[in-house]
Design a protein around this ligand. Structure first.
Ligand code: ZN
Length: 400
């Protein structure tokens, strides 16, 4: 691969500099760097350079991306949305492999270089979604890095056979075991949490639990997750997604939950949910040192037509719903869409430093806050040093 010399970019947080990309890595950052013979030179004046965006909570197996517009029709409750999804997906008969590949083009165009996707596992679909997304991943390893969470979308204890399927998913290569409202969906928090933590412990997987339950129900669930994280020695490998309860409990209870999250190094994911839904207090958690990350959640699917896979726009939504107007606050949101997700996915060589993998995004903006505020089309996206998108378009061949 020929060298790439990026001229005059502003690395996030730094001064204007040139960036040399060689053999898939950032080889040098500094002023007026010489071009190696044959190097491609990119004029990046006026562009901010940020590390590749990380969508660390998506559901790429069941997106409707690339299909005719599907008017939203689910009812308001969580179970309404789950039941509606099963009905619609069964009717459409879409392939998880094809759908996730269609969405991939959009994610690459937006500058996403890493995805953690929750993939449905359950008695109705078995492991077909897992195997479909794995097949897609195998064909696109040069374009994006994907981690898979085996996700029991229809419940665990209320769907006999689901734990066995999750165990098989771990054997088949799922990196993370998911869960779903152990109280609200299963009415059996001990059963669900003991079951999924045992599988994670046996297979060395992480755990990432969707927790929509609010108030005390959610708070007790956080406490039960923390107990199991400690007893199985899984500190640093557990995440709680949504955690609406952190935005709705009284301050003293919140402080005790924060202490548990810190003690057990449990990360929190929020995508800044729509509407009046309570969600975690991002600035407070960040200041306390809780690890935070974000993701698109469902991208144009039966849950909502609005999410579109752009993680810069996601950072905007995080800041907007949190009421952040100051640069430090907006940058916390961007860190959740970059470094926070990379840490949760254990990406070792991530960042804008010499020696890091050259997973880079150039975007026309003066500062990180401006990039979040206006999230213009990405000028250039690199994946391990290779140009994978230009001017808002992914460079995947049409046949892909
Ligand atoms: Zn989700």
């Amino acid at each position: 691969m020929q060298d790439l010399l990026i001229r005059g970019a502003r690395p996030w947080g730094g001064q204007t500099a040139d960036i040399v990309v060689r053999d898939g890595r950032i080889a040098a950052i500094g002023p007026d760097l010489p071009a190696a013979p044959g190097a491609e030179i990119v004029d990046a004046r006026g562009c901010l350079a940020i590390p590749g965006l990380v969508d660390a909570h998506a559901h790429i197996d069941k997106t409707l991306w690339g299909t005719p517009w599907h008017p939203h029709q689910a009812g308001p409750s969580l179970m309404d949305k789950i039941n509606n999804e099963r009905q619609v997906l069964a009717g459409l008969g879409l392939s998880p492999e094809v759908q996730s590949a269609r969405l991939l083009r959009r994610l690459v165009a937006c500058g996403t270089t890493h995805v953690r996707t929750h993939v449905d596992v359950g008695p109705d679909v078995g492991l077909t979604h897992l195997h479909g997304v794995q097949a897609m991943r195998d064909k696109h390893r040069d374009w994006i890095d994907i981690d898979i969470v085996a996700f029991p979308q229809t419940g665990v204890m209320i769907r006999p056979g689901t734990l066995d399927l999750l165990e098989q998913a771990a054997r088949d290569g799922a990196e993370v075991i998911g869960g779903l409202d152990p109280v609200g969906v299963d009415r059996d928090p001990k059963g669900q949490l003991d079951g999924i933590f045992a599988i994670a412990g046996r297979h060395g997987c992480g755990v990432d639990i969707h927790l929509h339950d609010r108030g005390d129900l959610g708070a007790v669930t956080v406490e039960m997750i923390a107990e199991r994280t400690r007893s199985l020695g899984l500190a640093g490998k557990v995440a709680i997604s949504h955690a609406f309860c952190l935005g709705g409990v009284e301050p003293a209870r919140l402080e005790s939950l924060i202490a548990l999250l810190l003690e057990n190094d449990i990360a929190i994911m929020t995508h800044a949910p729509a509407g009046p839904t309570p969600f975690p207090p991002i600035r407070l958690l960040h200041e306390r040192g809780v690890r935070l990350f974000s993701g698109s959640d469902g991208i144009r699917d039966t849950w909502s037509p609005l999410n579109n896979g752009d993680m810069l726009e996601r950072a905007f939504l995080l800041a907007y719903r949190s009421g952040f107007r100051d640069d430090p606050g907006i940058e916390v949101a961007l860190r959740m869409a970059t470094y926070g997700g990379a840490q949760v996915m254990s990406v070792a060589d991530y960042g804008l430093t010499v020696g890091s993998a050259a997973d880079l995004v150039l975007v026309e903006a003066e500062t990180a806050s401006e990039a979040v505020a206006y999230h213009p089309p990405r000028r250039l996206v690199l994946k391990r040093g290779r140009v994978v998108a230009r001017d808002g378009r992914a460079l995947l061949p049409d046949s892909e």
